[in-house]
Ligand binder design. Sequence first.
Ligand code: AHG
Ligand code: MN
Ligand code: MN
Length: 290
Amino acid sequence: MQCNVDRKLLGLILFFSEHGKTIKSGFLKARNKAGTKNIYGEEQMALDKWADEVLINGLKKTRSVRYIATEEQSDIIEINDPENEYGVVIDPLDGSSLIDVNLAVGTIVGIYPGHVLEPGEKMIAAMYILYGPLTTLTLTTGNGVHDFVMDENGVFFLTAKDIKIPDGRIYAPGALRKDYLPAHARFIESLENEGYKLRFSGSFVADMHQILHKGGIFTYPGSKGKEKGKLRLLFEANPMGKIITDAGGGISNGKIDILSIKPDAIDNITPIYAGGKKEIELIEKIMRKN
Ligand code: AHG
Ligand code: MN
Ligand code: MN
């Protein structure tokens, strides 16, 4: 992999690219449920827990990381005596309910210079690995968003440099339509009137990869009875928010830039609108009028 970043940070990025290969190899072994629930009350897949262990155990050996927070853990893991003080936030497997039906899933990572209970704008790098027909890695270290593809030898090659989100007409709307709040309903109606095409897979990472390359908007909004939405601020919104923002788009909770929000706990959730600037401006305008 080629990129112009600090060597210690590059080492950590390479750690995740190597372990992405390991996680991919797990799909052949276990596609069943684990019989346990995570802190969000969601059923864990055996692979959710396994991928989490693989990454945590590997990170402990790097001596690069002081803080590890993952979607599958209830507390921040602090490692004493690291050589570097990085903090990492991880969704080990995103879209894991799709593993048993062989749809694209991914691993999402955000890297902080220190503690992870900080606004997303403090991240120094964010990346995701998407396990689809190809295994791809999308990365930003603040100098543009780049795509890499894994070849038959497990080596990642740069395939797209400095990606900018194009103008596009795709929308990926989560939540149940019957539970839409009024402002969100108006936003969706406006997109549909403009001829936006529906593309929602159940895998945030896969849907966002499509939005990054084809334009448009992903949303998992707040809805009736679930005003804070579903997706996780630390593990999903922030890393993907940094990537889409560095690609010229944005991420909002409908009112403000999500990357400016200081989390107060690792399990914070947030409504999400992520994609083109035009669409973000539209939802924020509609919500201001509400
Ligand atoms: P995870 O597999 O990490 O729990 O994340 C699932 C998330 C996200 O990937 C997706 O956009 C969303 O949940 C789908 O939720 P619904 O099943 O409610 O549509
Ligand atoms: Mn997820
Ligand atoms: Mn997950």
